[in-house]
Design a protein around this ligand. Sequence first.
Ligand SMILES: Cc1cc2nc3c(=O)[nH]c(=O)nc-3n(C[C@H](O)[C@H](O)[C@H](O)COP(=O)(O)OP(=O)(O)OC[C@H]3O[C@@H](n4cnc5c(N)ncnc54)[C@H](O)[C@@H]3O)c2cc1C
Length: 488
Amino acid sequence: MSGLSELDGGYDVLVVGGGGAGLMAAVEAAERGASVLLVEGRPEIGGSTAMAVGALTAAGTALQEAAGIEDSAEAHFRDYLGFVEPGRSVEEYDLELTRMLVDLAPSVVERMIELGVEFTGPQPEPPHTVYRMHNAVPDATAYTRALQRAAAAAGVSTRTGVAAASLAADADGAVSGAALADVTGAGRRDVEVGGGVVLATGYFSANGQMSRAHGRPLEYDDVEPLFDGATGDGVTLASALGAATAGMHAGAPPHFRTVAKPYIHPPAGIFAAGAILINRDGHRYVNELEGAELATSRQPGRVGFVVFDSHLAARVATADSDVPPPRDGWYRQGKMFLSTFPEIGYAYLEDYRQRTGYFVEAANAAQLAEFIRAPASAVRRTLDRLNEAAAGRAPDPFGRDLDGIGPFAPPFHALGPIKAVLGSSGGLRVDREMRVLNGEGRPIPCLYAAGMTGSSNVLIAGHGHALAWTFATGRIAGANAAAGGVAQ
Ligand SMILES: Cc1cc2nc3c(=O)[nH]c(=O)nc-3n(C[C@H](O)[C@H](O)[C@H](O)COP(=O)(O)OP(=O)(O)OC[C@H]3O[C@@H](n4cnc5c(N)ncnc54)[C@H](O)[C@@H]3O)c2cc1C
């Protein structure tokens, strides 16, 4: 239901945000007998969760056992620390909460299976030393749909187009209610909350001011967030009550995603292997190995196309190299994949041809230009110039070392349009009960956070760990809010 009509004056639990964490918290609280109101600011439920590929990485699952894979949380945690980015150290992260993520990940897979979600895999992802990536069928909407069904069955009252505008606290500082606003401006309404409020408003990448306060350079202002609902509202609401934050960072450079669902992220390695970028005018516009994302956000329509030739295409794995059921031929044979992809884990050329409308295999420059919707003459000239530079007859206008690239030979392959998008990491400081902590490290009574809003400075890296954290913490926060607050 949308809007503020027919709301009760009070609920045991208020969940703010209807993405994966909020849905999971609402289901958990309602199944424990609490009356639950879930408010979602956007017209539809799902959040960025519903945009996701759907990978969930976990150790010791029934799916691993069925595939004959022995695994443990200890091994997963050891491997996971290998995902810390170069230049950052393991000690910068909250390792207790990171270990909690790893420990709870298999229970998330089990819970999703209980709720009717099917998985493929497990699949490999270095530096994991065993196959741990489980992929939802058909994609992450399997989670949000299953949770929406469970929420309806458990009696959760859900309102879309309603945002939490502020929180109220009693004389002891315990959160006791919230002011809710219809996002169309059609009114406001206060609700009382007896047990607890769960803040699950996701990332803060769409909040320019908050992002700049956490390291985003001004030059990134041209780049769009992928999801407008990444408001940072949970952080704003809790900060007004003295909450502390941890690990908040928005300074990471933008990354590429396809403009079309499932918002695929082409791996950086594809450019290092020889792919180039062409814009809607048919021109190359940047050294693809340096700042290509920012440059793309300044092109016509803010998009570019990844283009590669038959030599690079021959280095991409094919389904023939896979050992069923996992999509692992690339891994076994040291070949490339084009991206991670819903359901199958990793996509090859054939998958893009069959499953997407944003890929072409072009016999010549004219067909390539048709796909990009650029003038054929411009695309032909771009490829000629590239080949001239690659052959050493002219300098590359963008200063790229083209050694080993070219001559660009047909068939040409293009993937796109792709655009640069910004992310954010970190959020409210929480403890293992997902209680929101204040500046002195004490819980703010009856206030919980889950998912990215409560991501503190947990290590969230690689594929499948963000969703593991999102759902695991949604469960904890929902259960504790339903219990009327664990010992504060
Ligand atoms: C394209 C893409 C692919 C991804 N693929 C994977 C993957 O395969 N595996 C993985 O582990 N992770 C993946 N991730 C990351 C993962 O999806 C997210 O980390 C996770 O879903 C975040 O869940 P959340 O509930 O915290 O936030 P969200 O799902 O974003 O939900 C937050 C909700 O809160 C709402 N909201 C905001 N402010 C308010 C307010 N004041 N009042 C009411 N509602 C409000 C928002 O509109 C939104 O619906 C992917 C992310 C993207 C974008």
